[in-house]
Design a protein around this ligand. Structure first.
Ligand code: NAP
Length: 313
């Protein structure tokens, strides 16, 4: 019989990402035994009904007992607390990993709880949707998406290879980089765009009542795409901005400088500046499509109604 990739895999947190990884592991037979833990008893009940785990428990420590790999899939702000419970239960050679959207903070929060006989290898699958909870997950979420692995300095190469292997087996393309570099890149590709979406939808909500209802009625003019992003989980995104503060502030500074330049071009009627800027941004979209991270088909928000829409988070 072929040995599964991970004899005992534990996933802590059965939301969108945790349940998607569990579903992928189940479908692709990646784990001998798949243990899922969630602090919420209602989530545990739902996971039992959905049937994608062998063992379901509310106790993260119990889930970690005997596990070869433990993947923490809770909001970034809770990762330290989970590591405190899980750390002392890790067996020799076990790997503690995570899926958090911020990496520097996660390493700081989790590392003190990892015993010397175990390994901490953080990771971030750059894939998601605006939905949360165990029902939101699906096995193909990571297919052809990137997963960034951020091994701390001095990490054991065989432990890094196991986490890379797990994500490749779940369908992802994997790249490794430092936690600091990850946080800077994600600040501009994911965190600031979410903040812009939260802000523009908030601005519309603050308009006088008649204007707000017209914004909703005529939302196809770009606004609708922002509302999708701005409906993302408030706990997750609060934690992202609290824990990736420096990188987000750095990128926001650059963003506001560029916005001021566009504002100036509009004020002085400088069409050349606007045209050149929009032509450059159109080329960036083309290269994203060429790299297979999006399709060229027009969307207008319709595909979101048919199937969960991938999003990089
Ligand atoms: P989610 O759907 O809200 O699920 C998180 C789950 O973790 C919830 O069931 C939550 O229970 C549970 N939980 C919270 N604290 C816990 C604890 N101390 N012990 C055990 N379970 C706990 O969130 P998600 O979207 O999967 O996000 C999880 C992680 O993935 C976050 O770190 C996020 O940054 C990262 N991520 C998200 C995306 C995305 O697009 N959503 C993409 C990539 C990475 P309660 O409901 O009781 O809080």
């Amino acid at each position: 019989m072929i040995q599964p990739l991970v004899p005992r895999l534990a996933i802590i947190g059965a939301g969108l990402i945790g349940s998607s990884l569990a579903r992928a592991a189940r479908e692709k037979h990646l784990a001998g035994t798949l243990v899922v833990a969630d602090a919420d008893p209602a989530v545990c009940d739902r996971v039992r009904q959905l049937g994608f785990a062998d063992v379901v428990t509310q106790d993260a420590g119990e889930a970690a007992d005997g596990a070869d790999i433990v993947v923490v899939a809770v909001p970034v702000g809770a990762s330290g607390k989970v590591a405190e419970v899980v750390g002392p239960r890790l067996k020799a050679g076990a790997i503690l990993s995570d899926v958090g959207s911020v990496k520097g903070f996660v390493v700081e929060a989790m590392a003190p709880h990892v015993p010397a006989h175990a390994h901490l290898i953080p990771a971030h699958p750059v894939a998601g949707t605006e939905f949360s909870g165990p029902d939101a997950g699906f096995a193909t979420l990571f297919e052809n998406r990137w997963c960034i692995v951020t091994p701390p300095e001095g990490a054991a190469p065989e432990a890094v290879a196991r986490i890379v292997g797990l994500w490749r087996a779940a369908g992802a393309n994997v790249e490794t980089m430092s936690a600091q570099h990850h946080d800077l890149v994600l600040a501009i590709t994911s965190h600031v765009p979410h903040l812009i979406a939260y802000n523009i939808v908030g601005t519309a909500a603050h308009l006088e009542e008649t204007l707000t209802s017209e914004v909703i009625k005529f939302s196809a003019g770009g606004f609708r795409d922002f509302t999708r992003i701005a409906s993302s989980d408030p706990t997750m995104w609060r934690d992202v901005f609290l824990t990736n503060r420096d990188a987000v502030l750095e990128m926001l500074g650059r963003f506001t400088e560029d916005l001021t330049a566009l504002q100036r071009a509009i004020r002085y009627g400088d069409g050349d500046v606007l045209f050149e800027h929009f032509a450059r941004t159109r080329a960036i979209r083309r290269s994203i499509i060429e790299q297979g991270q999006e399709t060229a088909a027009p969307d207008f928000g319709r595909r979101a109604a048919e199937k969960p829409k991938h999003e990089d988070s």
